[in-house]
Design a protein around this ligand. Structure first.
Ligand SMILES: *Cc1c(COP(=O)(O)O)cnc(C)c1O
Length: 376
């Protein structure tokens, strides 16, 4: 290692600039900080980008998933089939409604829920499917749609992805939920968006995010149970600026992914390090993270420590949901139930990945990873 300490390569970094600042200032000076005109403008811009008929802005991806499964009619005791290889929010929202998350194992290549495992998990109590487009790779919606069940898509990692049969992720008509935390393809700090095709579902979601109030009702009249899941106008202003730079940010992420593939190909061939799958059958990934799986026989956490010692941030991504304490204790899930997910989850590392990443940083990650794998 060199004697001058190298600057750390961060895991993620948002792209923010003058446009965000100006739009936020405009909203701040207008005095309309929430429930003003900026939210609907963000919804229209976002829906147009994705190619969806409608969109509803919410306070987080999790809030969006919660409202979307309610709109899909999920209620107490229902079974909802989902992936155990996801951020925990996708399963938590099922628990919020006292429905039962039923996990189905994943495909070892795409890391998305395996359609055959979904088919095998369907019972007469199944009321919806909740596929996750993990790491931005489109889940097999054309096959899952064949069951005729309501579908809620967790698209929180998949902005910019496209399905093999044409539509962008989020434009199939099911409720699809995006998240805008600071590491996502588009950020509002915290925030989320539900895209959907059904105007009645939008009406219900818009009411439930605002305490159950119908658009034409007075402040104190509420015709259904609701929440405060609103996105502020300040956050929406950031979102509008981000939509403006989204095509460029997505292209930059794809460029960085290309550098990674090239830099890591020899190491993958030598060691069995597994890289993210290539696009296939016409499905297109919307790049969110660059996750690799360490070769069998290497200890993932030791590799993470070795990377950190070389100034490279990384993290285990993602842990299997069914092995988390809450799920074990509440639903009796345990080791051995979803072997593909468990194997992938035990070997996965998210490497630094963000639009402004430079090629020399990718090369530093590559050499750190080569050293780490040589040591462990
Ligand atoms: C980011 C993310 C969410 C939503 O997260 P919030 O922090 O609530 O916006 C949900 N599912 C997945 C797979 C995610 O990556």
């Amino acid at each position: 290692m060199s004697e001058v300490p190298l600057e750390e390569v961060p895991l993620a970094q948002p792209v923010l600039g003058r446009e965000e600042e100006e739009l936020v200032l405009e909203v701040l000076r207008s005095g309309y900080l929430s429930l003003g005109p900026t939210g609907p403008r963000f919804e229209r811009d976002f829906a147009a980008f994705v190619g969806a008929p409608h969109a509803s802005a919410v306070s987080s991806g999790t809030a969006g998933l919660h409202l979307a499964i309610r709109a899909a009619g999920v209620s107490e005791g229902d079974e909802v089939i989902t992936s155990p290889f996801s951020f925990v929010a996708s399963a938590n929202v099922i628990a919020y409604e006292r429905a039962i998350p039923v996990f189905a194992d994943i495909d070892p290549v795409t890391l998305n829920v395996d359609p055959a495992a979904v088919a095998a998990a369907i019972t007469e109590r199944t009321s919806a499917l909740l596929p996750v487009h993990i790491f931005g790779y489109p889940a097999d919606l054309p096959t899952l749609e064949g069951h005729g069940l309501p579908i809620v898509e967790d698209a929180c990692e998949a902005l910019g992805a496209r399905h093999r049969d044409g539509p962008s992720v989020g434009a199939r008509g099911h409720a699809a939920v995006f998240g805008f935390y600071a590491n996502k393809q588009l950020t509002t700090g915290e925030g989320g968006m539900i895209t959907l095709g059904d105007p009645a579902a939008k009406q219900r979601i818009d009411s439930e995010r605002n305490q159950g109030r119908a658009p034409d009702m007075g402040w104190l009249d509420h015709d259904r149970l609701g929440f405060n899941y609103r996105l502020t106008d300040l956050q929406s202003a950031i979102g509008i600026a981000q939509v403006g730079r989204l095509a460029g940010m997505l292209a930059d992420r794809a460029t960085v992914a290309g550098w990674y593939r090239e830099a890591l190909a020899p190491l993958a061939a030598q060691t069995g390090l597994q890289l993210p799958c290539e696009d296939r059958d016409g499905d297109e990934r919307g790049w969110f993270v660059f996750v690799v799986q360490v070769p069998p026989g290497h200890d993932r956490d030791t590799v993470i420590r070795a990377l950190r010692a070389r100034g490279v941030q990384s993290k285990p991504y993602l842990p299997a949901i069914h092995l988390m304490s809450f799920y074990r204790e509440t639903y009796g899930t345990r080791e051995g139930m979803f072997p593909v997910c468990e194997d992938v989850a035990s070997r996965s590392i998210a490497l630094p990945f963000f639009p402004a990443m430079r090629q020399h940083q990718v090369e530093r990650v590559q050499s750190a990873l080569a050293e780490a794998l040589g040591e462990t």
